[in-house]
Every structure is written in structure tokens, then in C-alpha cells.
Design a protein around this ligand. Sequence first.
Ligand SMILES: Cc1ncc(COP(=O)(O)O)c(C=O)c1O
Length: 498
Amino acid sequence: MSRTFELETLKMRLSDPEFRPLDLHQRIQRALRGLILDGALGPGVKLPASRALAQSLAVSRDTVENAYVQLQRDGFIQRREGSGSYVCEAIGAQLRGSVRRQQLQGQLGYSREPGAGLSRRGALLLQRGGVSDQQAVTAFATGLPETRSFPLDVWERLQRQALKDYRANVLLHGDPQGALPLRKAIAAYLNLERGAKVQPEQILVLSSTRQALYLCAQLLVDAGKPILLENPGYFGARKAFEAAEARIVPIDVDSQGVRTDLLRADRSGARCVYVTPSHQYPTGVTLSLERRLELTRWAAEQEKWIIEDDYDSEFHYDGLPTACVQGLDPYQRTLYIGTFSKTLYPGLRMGYMALPSELVSAFSAARSIMDGHTPQILQLTLARFMEEGHYNAHVRAMRKLYAGRRQAMLDAIGRHLQGIAVALPPPGGLQIPCLLEPGWSEELTQQRAARAGIQLPGLSRLYAGEQKQPGWLLGYASLSAHEIEAIMVRLAQVLRKA
Ligand SMILES: Cc1ncc(COP(=O)(O)O)c(C=O)c1O
């Protein structure tokens, strides 16, 4: 620990690029504070008089004065009338002893290991990792909608209108359950387009499906208790339930969707099942009507909850999408989850739940603890977007666009990837599962494609247990037919070359 002030040390610290955006007096104050915390200026060290330091640094005396005043206010230095400015003795006592010093440095972010100090749950979460989202339009990212032609001009106009009409009200907190105009618009849409039976009072506006799943995991499943998840299934759901320390019990899926006979046979004691009935993730199969009805009967008889993730049902290309399970469930055992990530754009972060009435208060309370509510202005803009018919028009336009892209994708796979992979065309959705032909490895094809800048999201990671299906789940909705063809040609080249 230095007992004297060294001008050169201060000058070196001042040249730290981190300080560049700061005002001069702030730079001097931060540099001196850093030297004190590092022990380069020990307790009791006398600092130069402000006039002298100003001269040495070629700055005004006021600048140094301002820095000294702030250091004194923060308790780093003491200024004694007629004597000068000194590094506080008390700071020295705080810094003495290597343990305390290390702790302080740690607090400043220098020396802690990632994950140090986490709870057991936090450490598990860190170990298992989060969900990584695609932040650019990239082939063949799963589930990414077309964003380049989104009607931003209409959105912008409606947002301006909403600001004008609601004025300062949108700047205040809103209802944790969601803005009423949006809840009304969502309920009307669900009842008309998805065959649901909901009232606006049952709608909870959220930031995403993931938030809905996180809330379900927290509120419906105790730590160590089982939850039934489709196998293969959506990793986002698995992550949410794992984060709540639930025990995952996989339920196999076949060509008609989740196997309700296995649900009947389940003896794990699980109280909830998570399902994707419209387009099972990742196989894309639609849950048959018979199984939908069986699912609701099973839930009613055994007092289970059905968590229905209806993430991309709007994009069904062979006839109309089947009505949602919620609408077929007379027993109110279904928690319906919808998202605007696919129908509008994922950066919006807007989703919702339609809840059985008795769960509304608990979910709203949990949401109020989590983050209060979704931004008011976004909710009110979206409500108008829906009320004025833009939402339905956009979905209709996108459905047509994606149907064309889906065909382009199937044609390109058939043309260029013969002998490598076969597509299993689903009736809807924004992605196509492909199975690899014998002799092709999921990992190696992914590595080779990645070198050419092409992502091949794997299928096998979506399976629980040993029986994994090697393949890819290829998203196509964000790419034009022309792009799809060009990328497929390149993919075939890099795979065959090796
Ligand atoms: C099965 C499934 N559910 C929901 C979502 C949407 O998630 P979010 O609303 O969190 O963007 C996705 C997105 O990929 C998905 O694949």
C-alpha cells in the first residue's frame, strides 16, 4: 500500500479508455477512487492541493475541486482546514486484511467465478442453461416468422393514436392481468378463430409463452414433483419446469399426437400435462379429435390440468386448423397459452393465457410479483391492431406466404437432399422436421453446415431418454422461396463434398 501520492500513477489511471465518456472532474474522481480502493493510495496519504494538482494535470482548479468534493461526500477522503486532503483512515481499516479486500474487489466484479453465491436452484439453472433465441434472419432457424415485411407503418400509426388518446395514462402502471381493451380483443379472437370459450376476465396478458410456462411451473408444480411433457417436446417447456425443480415425466407422441393411453396409465402422481395439440412440437402432427376429447375427460376425472400451448396454430395449410382443446373442454381444466411471437413478430414479447376462472387471481398475483405487467402502450397498440382487423389480415397474408414457402422448402429438400434427409411435412407450422438417411450423423451435418453459415437445429435434443430420432427441424417462414433454394443448393454442396 503506497504511503505517498504519485502523479504518474494518477495520469496512467486517467488515460483508462473506460473513463473517456465522462466529464473531466468525474474522470479525476473515478481515477482517485480506483487508486484508493486498489490500495495504491493508502489510508492517510495526503493528496496534492487542488490548485497544484490542477496545474500538474493542466485543468482548471474547479475541476479538481469538484472531484475532491465528490470524494469527500462519498467518504473516500477527508479535508482538513488549513492542512489539506487525506485518504480516509476508515477506508484503510476496511481494506486491511486480504479477505475483506478480495470481497470488495469481488463486489466490483473483478474476481468472482460465474455462479458463485447462487442458491442450489440458481446453480442448477445456470448448469442447465437458458434458451437461446435467434437474433437475426438466418437459415434455418426454427419458428422465426417473416419480419421484413411486417406493416410497421400501420403499427406506428396506431401507436401514435393510442398515445394521443390515452395520453399520460399509458405512462402509469397498468392492470397486472392486462389492459381491458386487449383482453377483450384476445377473447373475441380466440372464441371466433380458435373455437375457444373464454371471457375477457379469464385472459392474462403476458410477455411470452415462456413467461406463461414459467408461471405454470411455479404455480402448479412443487419442487421434486412430476410434470408430464410430450416426448419429443418443446425445450422451452422443459427448461421452465426444470427451473422450478419439477421432475420431468415424458409421454410419447405418435402419428395422432400425444398418447392419451399413456396418460391414463401414468402413475407418477403428476397433476399437469403440457401439450401442443395443433402442431405437436417438433413432429408437427395434429392431435386427433378423439384424443382431444379423451384428454379433457382424463383431466376432469383425475383432476389434472392441461397446459395447451397453441403457439402457431394460425398457420395451418391443409384446411382449417382444428378447434383448440380449451374450447372442447367443458370441465374448465385447460390453461390455454397463445403468443404473438409467430403471428406478429418475436421482438414484440407479447403472449397471453386463457385461464380457468379459479386460477386467474393466483396467476395475476404471480405476474405482479414478476414484472408487474406488459408495457401499456404495446398492449393498447395491439388492441387497436386487432380491433381494426389488421391482425386477421396480417395472419391471412402470412398464411398464404408461408404456404408457398413451405412448398418451396419441400421441393428444395426433395431436389437437393436426396439420400441425405427426408422431410416429414406437417399440416402447418413454421418448420419442417427432417429425418436423416442411414449413414448421416446429426452432429456432423450440423458442424459442416455451420461452417457454411447454415444452422440445422437438431431433432435428437428434443427427445427424452435413449430413443432419439436423428434429424433436423428446419424453419423456413422467415426466408423467401429464392433464398430457400439458394441455401439448399449450398447445403447440399457442403454436405456432399465431405
Ligand atoms: C412450442 C413453442 N411454444 C411457444 C413458442 C413461442 O415462445 P415465445 O412466446 O416465448 O416467444 C415457441 C417458439 O419457438 C415454440 O416453439
